[in-house]
Structures are given as C-alpha cells and as structure tokens.
Design a protein. Structure first.
Length: 292
C-alpha cells in the first residue's frame, strides 16, 4: 500500500552536465504529472512520463528538473551592443535638448532593460543528456516511492486497527439481537399491564406483536454483508495491489449497511454500537483519500 503524499530528490552529474531532480506528490483521483524543466528537454517528456507511470498509478506529481553549474549548463551573460548604442544616443540627445547636467556612463547603461542578458546554455544534444536524466529521474522517483510506501505502511496499520474496532462492534450487535426481542416483549407486557390493570393479557396478541417486531428489526442480512465487507477489507489491506478505490468503495458499502441497521434496530445498546462504527468509518474515509 502506498500513500499519495511524498517527496524525492536526486543530484546527478557527469563531466559536462549537472542536474537536480525533485519529485513531489499529493493525492489525486488519477495520475496527473506536472513538469518543470528547461524547454530544450521537451522532446524527452514522453519517455519521462513512461518512467513515472512505471512507479505510480495515482496522485498529482510535480517533477522539477534544474540545471546545475557544470560544463555547458553554466549561465552566460551577453551584452546587446546595438541596443546599448541606441540607448546611448537617445540619452545624449535627451541631455542635449533638455540641457541637463551629468554624463551618460556605463553604470547608467548597465541598468537599462535588456542591455545585459543572462541565459543558461542549453545542452547541445538532448539525446546525449537522456541517460543522465533517466538516471536522476529514476533515483528521485525511487526516493518518492520509498516515502509513499513508508506512509502507506502506517495507513495500512491504522485502517486495520479501525476495521478490528468495527468488527468488535458488529459482534456486539449480533450478540444483542436475541436480548433485544426479549427486552421489547418485557417492556410491552409491562406497559399493557399498566394501561389495562383489570384486563387479562392476550398471549396470542403478544406473540403476534413479537413476530412483527422481530421482522421489522431483523438486521441479520445487513450484519452478514457487513462482516463480508470487513473480511474483504482485510484481504485488500494485506495485498500488494493498488487498492485505494476498492477500499473507498468498501467503506461506502459498510456505511450503507450500518445506516440500515440504525433505521431497523430499535435498541439503545445497538444504537451506541452504530455510533461507534460510524465514527470509525468516518476516520477511515479521511485516511483512504490519501491511499493510492
């Protein structure tokens, strides 16, 4: 199991090129990769995407490739002589017409827009750079995956513990069902005696009421499905697959079954169990949003 949150970085270089590659991911319904790299490497994007898809199936992943100060990747400062000449002549003409004091010197010209241009030298051959880029990207993705797996192990443990807590509450509900019917009959009989102290109770009528109550409050099927969902959840958590969507679906199904149980079972003890289960499922739902 992997989380969809993590960070990885690599620094690689050879005798002509140095690269820093960072990969950062957050949760997303699908695999969505955002790239930040020198325009020269645009022809390599398809190959880089293929590397990412080999590691991940879901998540918003931002990948940034930065050129270092090495060989052809160093920065170059280039003066624009023609533009500087135009600036100089325009300033001299402006000074002459205004009769303004002062001089037009280098410090003034260097501060004018676009006189000096700073640029990073693009690598001469992107195909020659690809092996180093692939190496650095693979290392950054591996570091990202290691962090996602580490957090995924924590999420697996947390979800497994919460499923065990839900299973305990389900067991309590199943144990409570026979007693729920008995308690209902006792309450019904007591109320009838209080209302009709001088009238004999009709045993057949009581039995009929008991049958109706048992039918209305029968949650056996819901409990059976809920237990099946719990078993399927534990199987998913133990698997090595991408399970985020499946786990999310199972939690939704559990929520549906427990809502039905809450509507059917007219019992205080079962109501308390339902509240505990809903609380655990809500915490699970929050965690599941970050599972790949």
């Amino acid at each position: 199991m992997q989380s969809m949150t993590g960070y990885g970085r690599s620094d690689v270089h050879d005798d002509r090129l140095a690269l820093t590659i960072e990969a950062k991911s957050v949760n997303h319904r699908y695999l969505d990769v955002a790239w930040h790299y020198p325009r020269t490497y645009a022809p390599l994007e398809a190959r880089m995407k293929q590397l990412v898809s080999q590691h991940f199936a879901r998540g918003r992943i931002d990948i940034r490739i930065t050129l270092g100060e090495n060989g052809d990747a160093s920065r170059t400062v280039t003066p624009d002589y023609a533009l500087a000449q135009q600036y100089y002549e325009a300033l001299r003409e402006l000074q002459h017409r205004l009769g303004a004091p002062g001089t037009v010197d280098m410090s003034l010209l260097m501060g004018l827009r676009d006189v000096l241009k700073v640029s990073e030298n693009a690598p001469a051959d992107v195909e020659a750079d690809w092996p180093l880029i692939a190496e650095g990207l693979a290392a950054a993705l591996a570091a990202l995956k290691a962090m996602r797996l580490q957090e995924g192990a924590f999420l697996r443990g947390d979800l497994s513990a919460r499923m065990q807590a839900v299973a305990q509450q389900v067991a309590l509900i199943r144990q409570r069902l026979p007693k729920m019917l008995t308690d209902y009959l006792q309450r019904l009989e007591q109320r009838l005696k209080e209302w009709f102290e001088r009238v004999a109770l009709d045993a057949a009528r009581l039995a009929q009421e008991a049958v109706l109550f048992a039918e209305r409050g029968d949650v056996t099927e819901e409990l059976t499905r809920l237990e099946a969902h719990l078993q399927a959840m534990q199987t998913l958590l133990a698997s090595g697959e991408t399970v985020g969507r499946k786990v999310d679906f199972l939690v939704q199904e559990m929520r549906r079954e427990i809502e039905t149980i809450a509507a059917k079972a007219n019992d205080l003890t079962i109501s308390h169990c339902v509240v505990e289960i809903k609380s655990e499922l809500e915490r699970c739902r929050e965690q599941i949003q970050n599972i790949e």
